[in-house]
Write a new protein. Structure first.
Length: 178
């Protein structure tokens, strides 16, 4: 009897463990400048070096430097029939966030995915091109799978980049969780 209960516990544990330890894959990335006189993408791509090493990189050229007022809107959407209501939808003042990450824990968490791969990390006077360099799928997996309480499926990470309250660019990253 006791061993049956233990077996049952093990099965339940493995079931939940399997749910939690899921795997993120990138499937696509799309960067769009909505105002080519303000910002343009030099590149924006996913690369598979081999089966285990995949990364994304992008570079934005800012054409009206310096830029001192930036807001970012992030949403995370699951695909059903098209991409439907977002699991979260946060807009954050990038300058405040860089000064005080604790002011918005969700945005700080999202920033943590690319912060150490990017030069958008210290202050909010952007007087240089913006680079996100080789964010590996492994690093995303390590961060995401520990906490993601979301069902398996196809997802889109959607972001709008506002400068002076005008939406200048969008970056969408598509992926699957399995
Ligand atoms: C994949 O590529 C990376 C970077 O070049 C390398 O360090 C790693 O050993 C490669 N893995 C396999 C399985 O070939
Ligand atoms: C996020 O919220 C804003 C403001 O409520 C809304 O305009 C926008 O469409 C939402 N984005 C997504 C992807 O749901
Ligand atoms: C910010 O990014 C630059 C360039 O990638 C890097 O040299 C620097 O150490 C980073 N600073 C912080 C606080 O992460």
């Amino acid at each position: 009897m006791a061993s049956r209960i233990r077996l049952l516990q093990l099965i339940i544990f493995l079931y939940f463990f399997k749910q939690i330890v899921s795997k993120v894959e990138f499937t696509n990335i799309k960067c769009t400048s909505l105002d080519p006189e303000f910002a343009s993408f030099d590149y924006c791509f996913l690369k598979s070096v081999n089966r285990t090493y995949k990364y994304l990189s992008l570079k934005v050229k800012l054409l009206k430097k310096p830029v001192t007022k930036v807001k970012v809107n992030f949403a995370f959407l699951k695909k059903y029939n098209g991409y439907k209501p977002s699991l979260f939808n946060v807009t954050v003042d990038a300058c405040k966030l860089l000064k005080n990450p604790k002011s918005n824990p969700v945005a700080a968490y999202i920033h943590s995915f690319f912060k150490s791969y990017s030069n958008m990390n210290d202050s909010c006077t952007f007087n240089h091109d913006l680079i996100v360099d080789k964010v590996s799928i492994d690093s995303v997996n390590t961060k995401a799978t520990a906490v993601l309480p979301v069902p398996h499926g196809d997802y889109m990470f959607h972001s709008n980049w506002f400068a002076y309250d005008i939406n200048r660019a969008t970056v969408n990253v598509y992926g699957t969780l399995s």
